[in-house]
Design a protein around this ligand. Structure first.
Ligand SMILES: Nc1ncnc2c1ncn2[C@@H]1O[C@H](COP(=O)(O)OP(=O)(O)OP(=O)(O)O)[C@@H](O)[C@H]1O
Ligand SMILES: [Mg+2]
Length: 565
């Protein structure tokens, strides 16, 4: 919580002004009934009209001060809260974008989204409302009681007798409602998750005619969120009427007592007004209580992310063999720390060479890349790039060696050129060479505007093969030392795939290449092919060697031969 509160520091002046002006405004409000009492009971009977007018003017000034003070202070508090939330949200966003993959897995993406959106909103509400009500409510409450004593001691005693009942009612009700707010946040995570899955999976959902099923699922989470919200509000909605009832009963007693023993109508009128003020003060405090508990829960969720140490430790590790661009030495790895996703991987790839990785879905191909680029650290064994353990190189430097087209990689809603350049300000010839080599020239030229064609959100206006070619072009355009194509040609026809491989060999002869594929034809010319099965290395060698000594590879090859070129 302290970490979140520190964000208000730079706007402390604005916040302090808001509180100060609120203080003056509330005091002005507090003096109004007292003036009224004085005018009615003490000045009017004397018939001094000038005095009545002067005091009336004082009342007007107090009212205006209260109104403008309130407006000004509310604006200042909104400004301070909005600016601090802006900073907090920005830092959270920055942190999220640097989180380690394992940390994202742990918190989950939907939960990160709701921390960035609704949790930061609750923190904003906490700060804004506390600045607005934090001074006003106690002044109205305590000041109201003191003022009532000044006006009339008997009536004040009646009021004081009511206050504990109101406080008990407000505390019980507010306490009951708080757990619902924490539950609401969890439900909101679920709703973001359902919505995200729905939006990203909209095509498959339609293709499988699962729209009705998904609608039902969404309705389920949405109903749960609605029900929790309703439960919280149902409890909270008791506060106002119950507190008003108690005070109204008090008012009846005030009128009776006032009629019997008070010293004037002005006093009764003033006490009645103070009653309303005290009620507002109490309701204000209960509101603060709710926003603070909600805000504290949200601030904790945000701080849990901010406290994560996203920096990958860089240490000193023994060096590998410097002649290899990529080397895996007895590497084991597990995502969940229970069962291995990679078991004893050993391979070495010379600079400028090509590594093919083949294996069934879920066999661990992408995981090999995840370890190579240090998105995750190996459980045991070592991964080397240019003879250096990946854990001994700063991550930015390590990743600068690679140009990667990830499986199902994303394209931005921007032009083709911006997607390939990706903010690197690459020379035009790099982009042209990459577009040509990725076999994208023909379709890019046919687009309206060519390289300046606007790609839609999620690249919905491109075919699967076109998207893949652009992601390959993006990987190539930086002229990387090591090129990784993870299933990046799966949507290409055999002929285009073959042309891509030829272009890579001709135009990027120095580049070390790692090609992940399901098709033998995509990797058969590689210098070394790694065959994976359920995370285990069941074959390593050239195409010919594997045909001889890796039964599974030979089987895959035979099965694909009929359709292969
Ligand atoms: N972030 C993750 N957390 C937990 N398990 C994961 C994670 N990513 C992958 N896995 C699991 O690790 C195993 C290997 O996954 P990987 O993505 O490496 O397979 P793959 O060979 O690339 O498959 P595909 O051909 O479908 O891309 C799978 O069983 C998968 O469920
Ligand atoms: Mg994969």
């Amino acid at each position: 919580m302290t970490k979140t509160l520190n964000y208000i520091r730079p706007y402390g002046r604005t916040a302090a002004w808001a509180v100060f002006i609120k203080f003056i405004g509330s005091l002005a409000e507090l003096f109004l009934p007292l003036l009224l009492d004085y005018i009615i009971d003490d000045v009017v009977p004397t018939g001094d009209l000038a005095m009545v007018l002067w005091l009336g003017l004082a009342m007007l000034i107090c009212s205006l001060a209260a109104m403008f003070g309130n407006i000004w202070a509310n604006r200042l508090s909104v400004i301070a809260a909005a600016r601090m939330t802006h900073d907090l949200r920005y830092d959270l966003f920055k942190k999220i974008s640097y989180l380690k993959s394992s940390q994202v897995d742990e918190i989950t993406v939907p939960s990160l989204v709701s921390r960035l959106t609704s949790d930061s909103y609750y923190v904003n509400q906490m700060v804004a409302r506390t600045l607005r009500l934090g001074v006003r409510a106690p002044i109205l409450l305590i000041g109201g009681i003191i003022m009532t004593f000044i006006v009339d001691v008997y009536l004040a005693c009646v009021l004081l007798a009511c206050v504990p009942f109101v406080i008990i009612a407000v505390v019980i009700i507010t306490k009951k409602s708080i757990p619902y707010y924490a539950k609401k946040q969890a439900c909101s995570d679920d709703m973001v998750r359902a919505m995200q899955e729905n939006i990203s999976g909209v095509r498959i959902i339609r293709a499988l005619s699962k729209t009705e099923y998904e609608k039902g699922r969404f309705r389920g989470v949405s109903d749960r969120l609605g029900a929790t919200d309703y439960s919280a509000k149902k409890v909270m909605s008791l506060t106002n009427p119950l507190a008003t009832l108690i005070l109204n009963l008090g008012l009846v007693v005030v009128i009776v007592v006032g009629a019997l023993m008070s010293d004037g109508a002005g006093s009764v009128l003033a006490v009645l007004t103070y009653f309303t003020m005290i009620l507002n003060g109490m309701l204000g405090l209960s509101k603060i209580f709710v926003v603070i508990s909600q805000g504290v829960a949200s601030a904790d969720r945000i701080e849990k992310v901010l406290e994560k140490d996203e920096r990958l430790s860089v240490g000193t590790y023994p060096e590998g063999d410097g002649q290899y661009a990529v080397q895996f030495d007895h590497v084991n790895f597990s995502y969940n720390g229970v069962e291995n996703n990679l078991t004893d991987i050993n391979l070495a790839l010379k600079r400028g060479g090509t590594l093919g990785i083949i294996g069934a879905t879920g066999s661990g191909k992408t995981t090999v890349i995840n370890l190579l680029m240090r998105f995750y650290d190996a459980g045991s064994g070592a991964v080397y790039v240019n003879g250096q353990d990946v854990r001994s190189v700063p991550p930015e430097e390590l990743r600068s060696h690679f140009g990667t087209a990830f499986q199902n990689d994303f394209l931005m809603a921007a032009t083709v050129r911006e997607n390939i350049d990706y903010g690197r300000n690459l020379p035009q010839e790099n982009i042209d060479k990459a577009v040509d080599s990725a076999q994208a020239r023909q379709f890019v030229s046919a687009l309206d505007g060519g390289l300046d064609y606007d790609i839609a959100q999620k690249a919905a206006n491109l075919s699967g093969g076109q998207k893949q070619r652009l992601t390959v072009a993006r990987a190539l355009a930086g002229e990387p030392e090591i090129l990784i194509l993870d299933d990046a040609s799966s949507a290409l026809d055999y002929e285009t795939d073959a042309a891509l491989r030829r272009a890579l060999a001709e135009n990027y002869p120095q580049t070390t290449k790692i090609i992940i594929a399901q098709r033998v034809s995509s990797v058969r010319q590689a210098d070394v092919i790694l065959v994976l099965d359920d995370g285990k290395q069941i074959g390593l060698g050239t195409h010919e060697q594997l045909l001889q000594n890796c039964e599974e590879y030979a089987l895959i090859y035979k099965a694909q031969m009929g359709e292969d070129v």
